[in-house]
Write a protein that binds this ligand. Structure first.
Ligand code: ZN
Length: 177
């Protein structure tokens, strides 16, 4: 997913239901991309824009660092945000890095944000993720106090998220026979 609105929506959902510290769960939801994307796209030292921070090892290490440096509350909130990031990127993560030799898909690069935004920003995906964020924000409102309303919204969020995560990039679709 995109950092905003997709990953932000997932962090807020964790904040809403797990009662964790807001800033840390947002940082956990954004940091994997803020570290892995530049390492590949700008510095070319990793093979793909989802790398160490998009693995369970990365999650464990970063969560432990947050815990040691900032204590239990922040460590837990960070880890939850980071885990939510991996779930939102579930179409591909090198989950078992560095213990398994993952085959990385054809790369995209954040440099295209400037060079060729059409290759990286898809309006339908942005619309879907914005809808998910909108539903998450609605869960904070007084109109979503009833458990049944919340359940219906959560089912809608789950459905939209699964639909979004299983989409194939439009240009890859064009490449397929
Ligand atoms: Zn990511």
């Amino acid at each position: 997913m995109y950092p905003v609105p997709g990953h932000l929506a997932f962090s807020l959902l964790c904040h809403r239901y797990f009662n964790v510290e807001l800033i840390s769960v947002i940082v956990g939801g954004l940091l994997p991309d803020l570290i892995d994307k530049p390492l590949d796209d700008l510095f070319h030292i990793t093979p793909y824009g989802r790398y160490a921070m998009h693995s369970l090892t990365g999650l464990a290490i970063a969560g432990l660092v947050a815990y040691v440096l900032f204590g239990k509350q922040i460590g837990l909130a960070y880890s939850l945000g980071h885990l939510a990031h991996l779930i939102a990127d579930a179409d591909f993560n090198p989950w078992f890095w560095p213990f398994y030799d993952h085959q990385f898909p054809a790369g995209i690069t954040i440099v295209d944000l400037v060079r060729a935004p059409g290759k990286i920003l898809f309006p339908s995906w942005i619309l879907l993720e914005t809808s998910i964020l909108g539903l998450v924000l609605f869960l904070y409102s007084k109109y979503a106090e009833k458990k049944t309303t919340q359940a219906a919204i959560l089912i809608a969020i789950a459905g939209l998220s699964i639909y979004r995560i299983t989409r194939v990039r439009p240009e890859e679709m064009a490449m397929q026979p």
